[in-house]
Ligand binder design. Sequence first.
Ligand code: AMP
Ligand code: MG
Length: 333
Amino acid sequence: MKILGIETSCDETAVAIVENGRTVLVNNIISQIELHKEFGGVKPSVAKLAHEEVIDSLIEKTLADVNLSFDQIDAIAVTLGPGLVMSLLVGFKKAKELVKEYNKKLIGVNHLFGHICSNYLESDLEPPFICLLASGGHTQIINVETYIKYEVLGSTLDDACGEAFDKIGRLLGLPYPGGPNLEKLALDGNPKAFVLPEGKVSKYSFSFSGLKTAVLRLVEKLPENFNKADLAASFQENVTNTLTKKIISAANDYHSKKIIIAGGVSANKTLRKKLLEQSPVPVYMPGLKYCTDNGAMIASAGYFLKDLNQDIEMLDVFAKDPSSIKLKISSRL
Ligand code: AMP
Ligand code: MG
């Protein structure tokens, strides 16, 4: 079964075709990073226009890349949320247009569920497992029992993990997005140079705002020519220690036989290394290109959701009143 996945929840226009939830036939992404750099973060109105500008040609190119036509596509999966409403609507409206024109099944996908499914791409991974989802908007520990049954054990109480990377990146004068740039800078730094505090929250919850404030206060006290690489490395050390400790502890508590990671921060090599070194059970990680937002994970998610009876009426409401549907969709995960 071939599913075309469309993802426009934030600053990437992404379209992919995936066969049977695992085999990626094509995965195209147009990143808007350059457009948002001057704002130091994603500007929703700019994101919407940029998605609109490229979505038609990207879908056309994606089919052409693998010599397929819509006749050979079985269903269209699209991200419904959470994300920037203006951006989500671009993908959703396009998907609706296409299912009408070509008489296909429309499958709505929760973006976070999509991130979990990025681990099924080019892999034979099967649930159950414990998942650490760390992205620009979310940080969660999820107990995944079956392909479609899961329970969120804990979330961040304030900033998301990727958001913390982005904010500290900005503080260090790095371009947006902070995460990958901070990781690069940290390569030249000493992770033990600065001792930073860890958020004191319950077992499966996260808090990064105290850490952010501590870094801010530290920078105010340091001389102007302080070693930025040392601070980047120390910050990364602190965050990856917390993530590693919490996901391993959840896996132990739930007698989980596998740990998986997902979301943009799962591309972080220090995190990947620590997990591989410290986890008592096998660790699965998405390929680097499937960590940040992409269409393949949405197409994969569509495959696992295809037999659920989705409320298309509800999807219709989305176009008229995005805020109401956003709540419903978010509550699914
Ligand atoms: P997503 O929201 O899943 O698209 O992921 C984007 C977020 O992941 C942003 O906050 C990035 O700064 C962060 N991110 C991406 N790559 C890395 C990395 N190598 N290390 C840490 N954070 C990263
Ligand atoms: Mg994401």
